[in-house]
Design a binder for this molecule. Structure first.
Ligand code: TRP
Length: 368
């Protein structure tokens, strides 16, 4: 680690976490239950690195540089608002960590082209974003880049939503392959033992949140900004109310007619966001019987619970929405990225040594 690197918030004795988000818009409830909630919870137990994958945003929006910059800053506000504490966790800007780009090249040569193109997350994205055969060369490359994002930090755990598991699987293959090819690790080695067996890279594990895939307010597709079915973490109480109230409850019934909670996405939200288990059970019971319970009634419970969750998030966010808020965020990004470079450079140097590329040390200073 270079001597001038700040080490106040990284703790070398704890196992590491690396995860991140692509700045393509503000975060929503799907991000919260899929991953962000876990990140907040694990901040003390792990040495956490949270990556702003801004390079990846360019793979589908190369001509939207201004939007990407704005979204990058907004995501940091969302993270901090959610309780990610830059004093304890390290916030990292991908485009200022050159080791990630370099490692991407090395991993690109260890993963067969057809293996990358078969990655189901990429395939789904090509479909859902309507990319057809018009996507950039860099688009499938981002999945290889994601292996480098992760392995640059040699983490144990990667908290992600379910849609990312295929990427983590590819990252695990890249790690095994590197360690086998360049570090002589026996292919029979258990995943957990790769580092102990002399590998540079551990084989990290995905950690999926309590809800891997949150349904959107349309009641059918995954919650996503581009599908216009998202409740954002920065939505006002009024916006939350409007979005939930507009949900189709999966059936048409009057308050005194029996209904099926299992086909009603509002109940899915109730299960996830309402904490009072007895209230959930009783409401479902009454719904099944048609015991004078309207759909507006069920929605009201969900609206209240979601607003209760979002209230402290909104309050913390407000601090950063004042004039000067963006500058505070940029300071956080700079400080975190400097620390991140210390670790990523170390990983890159280890990888280069293993590859016979160790021709001397280099060091990168903090952004100034
Ligand atoms: N692809 C992830 C997403 O769109 C974001 C991401 C980039 C990421 N690099 C990562 C997630 C590394 C986990 C680890 O959500």
């Amino acid at each position: 680690m270079p001597e001038d690197s700040a080490t106040t918030t990284t703790n070398a004795s704890k196992p590491r976490i690396l995860t991140g988000d692509t700045p393509t818009g503000r975060l929503h409830l799907g991000h919260w239950v899929g991953s962000v909630e876990n990140r907040v919870r694990l901040q003390d137990e792990y040495d956490c690195f949270f990556l702003l994958a801004n390079m990846h945003a360019f793979t589908t929006r190369a001509e939207k540089a201004d939007d990407i910059r704005r979204d990058t800053i907004e995501i940091v506000k969302d993270w901090i608002a959610c309780g990610i504490d830059p004093e304890r966790a390290t916030i990292v800007l991908q485009t200022e960590v050159p080791a990630i780009a370099e490692l991407t090249w090395f991993f690109a040569m260890l993963l067969p082209f057809n293996r990358v193109m078969r990655n189901p997350t990429l395939k789904t994205e090509i479909e859902s974003k309507g990319l057809g055969d018009k996507y950039s060369f860099g688009f499938p490359m981002y999945a290889v880049g994601q292996c480098a994002d992760i392995l640059a930090f040699r983490p144990e755990l990667v908290p992600v939503g379910e849609d990312q598991v295929a990427h983590i699987e590819m990252c695990r293959e890249a790690a095994r392959r590197f360690d086998q090819v360049y570090c002589g690790v026996d292919p029979q080695t258990e995943d957990a033992d790769y580092a102990g067996a002399g590998g540079v890279f551990p084989v990290p594990k995905a950690l999926v949140g309590r809800v891997g895939r949150l349904v959107g307010t349309d009641g059918t597709q995954k919650m996503s900004k581009s599908l216009d079915n998202a409740v954002f973490l920065s939505d006002t109480p009024k916006q939350v109310k409007k979005k939930i109230n507009a949900m189709y409850p999966g059936q048409s019934r009057a308050p005194d007619q029996p209904g099926d909670p299992d086909i009603n996405p509002v109940f899915e939200y109730m299960d996830i966001f309402v904490k009072d288990e007895a209230l959930i059970a009783e409401t479902k019971n009454r719904y099944r019987k048609g015991d004078n319970i309207g759909d507006g009634h069920v929605k009201a419970y969900v609206i209240e619970a979601v607003n209760e969750l979002l209230e402290p998030i909104r309050a913390r966010r407000a601090e950063y929405e004042k004039p000067g808020g963006d500058d505070l965020v940029i300071d956080v990004i700079r400080a975190g990225t400097a620390q991140a470079n210390a670790i990523a450079e170390e990983s890159l140097a280890m990888a280069k040594d293993a590859m016979g590329l160790g021709f001397g040390a280099r060091s990168l200073g903090p952004l100034s």
